[in-house]
Design a protein around this ligand. Structure first.
Ligand code: ADP
Ligand code: MG
Length: 719
């Protein structure tokens, strides 16, 4: 592949403006160019006589130029080139806008192909801006075939790319060496690399195109899986303290709980306890829908850790959540001889009492606190652990990759003299990731799944409320509050000002993000802002206590409000999406989501999970300013589905994988969207990667693949 990986200007003649444009789209060598796959194709493969053209059907005609001339339209200051094309069946008019040079390219009498779609200009059927190609006897590339369309940039057109790629393939395709093992190609019935790259640019048929796409997707996924599995193996080779499994301790604890664990909780806890008992590092993800009871599973692992004389940490993304976990653990561990502590940037507690931060830091350093719950404050430099053996990260997607890693690293360098160990790592997430994506996004982790909810949960009744029923919904809320229940109201924005990024407690929809770039203000006009909504609702419900919560408020203030809400001193809480993560208020029975169309289904499902956590029948009202039928239809899905995984799959279809990948994927190679949703292919690629690594962990037999993987590994390392 030598010539193929050299700087492209060394192998082919190319002018420097074009070279620059190629660099802009990430093409630096021939190999990059060959892998620069079209984004779509126009099917001009049917060549038919002019007389048989049909309106709106793409086709190619083959004929000669009967006449061609430029005209100027004064009013629009445009040049229109008009050509009449003739074949044995008749004449066809073709026009091009602002391409005056056309009259130099095409002369009367030239034989040519024109590819386009017949449309009406007034009453006259014409080809408008068709692709053209003079017939020279060589294979066509712009007409008479499946014509590739590329991602373009200023000055880099698909037409030029076709020309350039065809030339390069013609000259250098013979240098393309197969990079997948031969037996794998046979087993999966895959085209060779050379043929695939040729066919991906200039497919001879739709079926060959599909085969080329499949082969290249497979290769991409195979690389990704090799990368992930090597990472996983590397992590497993790291050493962690073995935390002994104490069955009677766990049994006693589980028996003391006020509820029976679900089968899924038991299984997950078992997997975790087994894992941390080993000397190899655990790197596991506990994935469970909202309300599936992840906290108690974490508690079991922490209990085991502390009882073995090690320290365990539970890190949460917000002060509110850290406080909630801390209170919960204190309650669960009552009667156990374990010291629990809380450390956030604002607060330090040891057991039930506040404690000066300095003192707590000392205790943590001496090992006097077995369990430490906290926020980002835990990864500050001044926090030194004594013998940290387990790190649990709740709502892990809210942390950066680096933040997650740093707790582990911090502990690793703690003690001199002792063998290097790192703590076991358990990440938790309530964001159900579509099963199709889990193998890639979490491909380097072991996964425990909480795929059932505790039995006593009632389904939350969900309604998409049309504007005319808003008042009715408020009446309903009033009667619920009178019965003693509490209400959540969620709005996307903080205040009515500009939708600056920090004005949102949530990421805008990907689509919205685009809109924002263009029409920042417009896109967010009319979107409910939590501050205004709060004062409006205070007037609507003068008899109730209506409070406000958003991400710009100071931590102690937020905490005060959450505590008041928890104690039912607040009836209605108007909030941004800060309430999303993990808040547990069993008395809350109604959640209203304003501008629900701004959120993904999985996220709405998360919000909805804030209610229905106690014995009360709960309700979710979705309001939307949109009157788009498809938007409303998307929201309707929530009425029938209460399965976070199912909703995530729908989001994936409707909104693409962007929002699932985001944070995790950073540090992973780019993988085309098509491959990421093909679960069958992903599984096969993973199995193939596993087989290869078992036989050949150093990838000695696959040098080309090895080079690419190592390149990825270096890139990730550098980040
Ligand atoms: P999440 O998985 O969303 O973090 P939590 O751990 O906050 O869920 O649990 C939600 C609620 O369910 C808590 O009040 C918890 O005490 C309760 N809970 C957990 N497990 C069970 C169970 N097996 N049966 C009944 N209630 C449970
Ligand atoms: Mg939780």
């Amino acid at each position: 592949m030598d010539i193929l990986t050299q700087p492209i200007e060394k192998t082919v003649r190319i002018s420097s403006p074009y070279l620059k444009r190629l660099h802009q789209v990430g093409v630096f060598c021939l190999r990059d160019l060959f892998y620069y796959a079209p984004t779509r194709y126009l099917d001009f493969s049917k060549t038919i006589p002019i007389a048989r053209l049909k309106l709106d059907e793409p086709a190619t005609v083959s004929g000669c130029v009967f006449d061609i001339k430029n005209q100027r339209t004064w009013r629009k200051r445009m040049v229109i080139t008009t050509a009449i094309i003739q074949d044995s069946s008749g004449f066809l008019k073709a026009i091009w806008f602002n391409q005056p040079f056309m009259v130099k390219n095409l002369k009367k009498g030239d034989s040519l192909n024109l590819a386009g779609t017949l449309s009406l200009s007034g009453k006259e059927p014409i080809f408008s801006n068709p692709s053209y190609e003079k017939l020279t006897g060589a294979k066509t590339r712009n007409t008479g075939r499946l014509v590739p369309i590329y991602r373009e940039t200023r000055g880099l057109t698909s037409r030029w790319l076709r020309f350039f790629i065809q030339k390069a393939l013609g000259k250098y395709a013979s240098l393309i060496r197969e990079n997948l093992p031969q037996d794998l190609l046979e087993q999966e019935n895959l085209l060779s690399l050379k043929k695939s790259l040729e066919q991906i640019h200039f497919p001879d048929s739709l079926s060959l195109l599909a085969q080329a796409q499949k082969r290249l997707s497979f290769e991409e996924l195979f690389l990704l899986q090799l990368f992930l599995l090597r990472k996983k193996i590397g992590q497993q080779q790291q050493r962690s303290p073995a935390i002994k499994f104490n069955q009677s301790l766990i049994k006693k604890f589980v028996d003391s709980l006020p509820f029976k664990l679900t089968a899924a909780q038991k299984k997950a806890a078992w997997e975790i306890l087994k894992d941390v008992a080993k000397k190899n590092s655990m790197n596991r993800l506990l994935e469970g829908d909202v309300g599936s009871g992840k906290t108690v599973v974490a508690a079991i692992a922490l209990l085991q850790t502390a009882h073995n004389g090690f320290q365990g940490v539970l890190m949460a993304p917000t002060d509110i959540l850290a406080q909630q976990h801390f209170s919960e653990l204190l309650r669960l561990f009552k009667g156990q001889r374990i010291k629990s502590s809380l450390l956030t940037s604002k607060k330090a507690c040891l057991d039930n009492k506040k404690c000066p931060k300095k003192e707590l830091l000392e205790k943590i350093n001496e090992g006097g606190a077995g369990i430490v719950v906290g926020t980002h404050a835990l990864i500050q430099k001044n926090v030194r652990f004594n013998n940290l053996a387990l790190v649990i990260i709740d709502e892990q997607h809210r942390f950066g990759v680096r933040q997650r890693a740093s707790l582990q690293k911090e502990a690793a360098k703690a003690k001199d003299g002792l063998p290097q160990t790192i703590p076991h790592l358990l990440s938790m997430t309530a964001t159900p990731i579509p099963r199709t994506l889990a193998l890639t996004v979490y491909g380097d982790l072991d996964i425990s799944l909480l795929d059932e909810l505790p039995k006593d949960r009632k389904a939350i009744k969900t309604f998409v409320v049309p504007p005319e029923k808003r008042l009715g919904a408020y009446d309903f809320i009033r009667s619920r509050v009178e019965e003693g229940r509490q209400i959540f109201i969620v709005c996307p924005k903080i205040d009515g000002g500009n939708p600056q990024k920090d004005n949102l407690d949530c990421a805008p929809e990907p689509k919205t993000a685009e809109l924002l770039a263009d029409k920042r203000k417009l896109a967010w006009q009319g979107v409910k802002a939590v501050i205004e909504e709060h004062s409006k609702l205070q007037k609507i419900f003068p008899e109730f206590l209506v409070s406000l919560l958003h991400g710009k408020m100071k931590a102690p203030e937020k905490e005060k409000i959450m505590n008041a809400y928890r104690q039912n001193k607040i009836n209605i809480l108007v909030s941004t999406s800060v309430i999303e993560a993990g808040i547990d208020i069993p008395n809350a029975a109604v959640i209203v989501i304003e501008d629900a169309d701004r959120f993904g289904l999985a996220q709405l499902h998360q919000f909805r999970g804030r209610v229905g956590r106690g014995e009360h029948q709960s309700y979710c009202f979705l309001f939307s300013g949109s009157n788009q039928p498809e938007t409303l239809k998307r929201l309707e899905v929530l009425k029938t589905s209460r399965d976070g995984f199912e909703l995530a799959e729908k989001d994936l279809l409707l909104r693409g994988p962007g929002e699932f990948i985001g944070e995790h994927q950073s540090g992973l190679p780019d993988v085309s969207m098509a491959s990421l949703t093909n679960i069958g292919l992903i599984k096969k690629a993973r199995q193939a990667a596993l087989n290869v690594l078992t036989k050949d962990p150093q990838l000695k037999n696959l040098p080309a693949i090895k080079t690419r993987i190592e390149f990825l590994e270096r890139q990730v390392h550098r980040e």
